[in-house]
Ligand binder design. Structure first.
Ligand code: ZN
Length: 284
């Protein structure tokens, strides 16, 4: 299993931030904003981006001056999901073992590290928040979105996969709505996301940056250890309801779906092409 060494990362002593090939990291006092920055690819999550994001979060965790983290996306879209062109080129012929290693580390493991991040996190979402994008945004404690935002997980329709790797859906919108979203593959728009409690606030696109930062700065005023304990208790409430057990069971089921005849047929025709064939036009 190769581990990316972040060859493009360098330390900027003045800004106290790292520079990444696929991310932009800014500090605003006690708030660290980490933005996905592959605008031309609608912030599709490549292996490098996922490794860089995990690295950036680790640094924010270790930095005592950072009290709240915002996870954002540059450009018109938060993230269209995993980079399927890269997946087709590099991972189409993965063995079961190789896929398990890759997805358990970079999809499941990295997501749970966001969930378990000891400081409060806020997702800042505009445009597409789809599949792998939906997964990471919903690992954050709060979600602020613009009126252009939409959320979907169409991979049951497009790829014949058992949803995305981390089945966060029923925990952030309720079981019935999660079934509708996954059975239809259709989008949930910003107002609907607010109505069903999946996002905390909807703001005009032009105000998204400032509104998210203002919320994060408000949170950052609270004593950090107390906040850390509150988050710990809230996440343990989910654990008491079976959160981690359900997610890990789904990961196994998702791996099974990668071996199905249905999935193999899609893979042979091309993963990225499967998205273009789908009339909804969204990635996974
Ligand atoms: Zn998968």
């Amino acid at each position: 299993m190769e581990i990316a060494l972040h060859p493009t990362a360098r330390h900027d002593k003045d800004e106290e931030t790292m520079e990444y090939a696929t991310l932009a990291v800014e500090r605003h006092d006690a708030v660290c904003r980490i933005s996905l920055a592959r605008e031309s690819a609608r912030n599709a999550q490549s292996q490098q981006m996922l490794d860089e994001l995990d690295d950036a979060l680790s640094r924010a965790e270790q930095d005592d001056a950072v009290r709240v983290v915002i996870l954002a996306g540059r450009g018109a879209h938060f993230s269209a999901g995993h980079d399927l062109k890269e997946a087709q080129a590099k991972r189409a012929d993965f063995t079961v073992e190789e896929r398990w290693d890759y997805e358990s580390r970079r999809y499941y493991g990295y997501c749970l590290r966001i969930w378990d991040f000891p400081k409060p996190t806020v997702a800042q979402v505009q445009g597409a928040c789809v599949a792998g994008g939906f997964m990471i945004a919903n690992m954050c404690d709060l979600v602020v979105c613009s009126d252009t935002a939409y959320f979907s997980d169409p991979v049951g329709h497009t790829l014949a996969a058992a949803a995305t790797e981390v089945l966060i859906h029923p925990w952030v919108m309720g079981l019935r709505k999660a079934k509708e979203m996954l059975y239809t593959g259709e989008k949930v728009d910003a107002q609907e996301a607010l109505r069903i409690g999946m996002v905390n606030r909807v703001v005009p696109e032009a105000e998204l940056d400032a509104a998210t930062l203002a919320l994060a700065q408000r949170i950052a005023q609270a004593p950090p250890f107390g906040l850390r304990l509150i988050k710990r208790s809230l996440n343990r409430t989910a654990d008491a309801q079976g959160f981690r057990t359900a997610l890990s069971a789904h990961f196994d089921t998702h791996q099974l779906s990668h071996l199905s005849e249905e999935f193999q047929a899609v893979r042979e025709r091309g993963l990225a092409q499967a998205i273009q064939r789908n009339k909804k036009g969204e990635a996974a």
